[in-house]
Design a binder for this molecule. Structure first.
Ligand code: BEZ
Length: 212
């Protein structure tokens, strides 16, 4: 069955550019973003891996490990890293899983046969420190991902885990949030949102980001 939000991220052991990865050990106690690439030595993937290498510090600030996967083997990945570093002007600083047997691609449903029988689509899995899948996004091979969006989703997940808010359209860290509709007790509202809130409708209440 396809992976769904709330499932425990499937565990696996697989070779990578940084040696064998025991996935649940690798992500222990941290958030994780696992993202797939259709194939080595492809142009869009080359730019994506360079972009993530440059953003590694941003993921670390969010206590988040990043790990990529492509269906080729580790020897091929290591050759490709040279091209990524040369063309994207960065140093690779996170592992790329090898997956020639498609163990991980199959476990996570990264191959969408109506798109391509053998190559993975561009899947992104957000996994929390309890190893639960918290969000997923999927793009076709032809569309490179926006990693600012991926950081934004992480920010929203981490904020809404700790405060009774949700994040509205196009929200960015620091913007106003909406109060969850289930919270209606006036005393609780005062306690949880001391900066106050604006009720545009009874169900649409905007408040300054509570952890700012
Ligand atoms: C790419 O990463 O550039 C790519 C991979 C597969 C199909 C099309 C583009």
């Amino acid at each position: 069955m396809a992976i769904q939000i709330g499932d425990i991220a499937p565990d696996f052991t697989q070779e990578s550019t940084e040696g064998p990865v025991h996935f649940h050990d690798y992500i222990k106690g941290k958030w994780a973003v696992l993202f797939s690439h259709p194939k080595d030595f492809t142009p869009v993937c080359t730019t994506e891996l360079g972009a993530v290498a440059k953003l590694k510090g941003e993921f670390e600030k969010r206590n988040c490990r990043v790990i990529a996967i492509s269906v080729d083997d580790a020897k091929s990945h290591k050759g490709w890293i040279g091209d990524i570093e040369e063309t994207q002007h960065t140093k690779m600083n996170f592992p790329i899983l090898a997956d020639p047997d498609r163990k991980v691609a199959d476990l996570y449903g990264m191959i969408h046969p109506n798109a391509n029988d053998t190559l993975t689509v561009r899947s992104v899995f957000f996994i929390d420190p309890n190893k639960k899948i918290r969000a997923m996004i999927t793009y076709p091979a032809s569309t490179g991902r926006n990693f600012a969006e991926i950081l934004r989703v992480l920010d929203s997940l981490q904020l809404t885990d700790h405060h009774q808010v949700a994040t509205p359209a196009d929200w960015k860290d620091g913007d106003d949030c909406v109060i969850v509709p289930s919270l209606t007790d006036p005393e609780e509202l005062k306690k949880k949102f001391p900066k106050g809130f604006k009720a545009l409708k009874p169900y649409l209440r905007m408040t300054p980001q509570p952890n700012r």
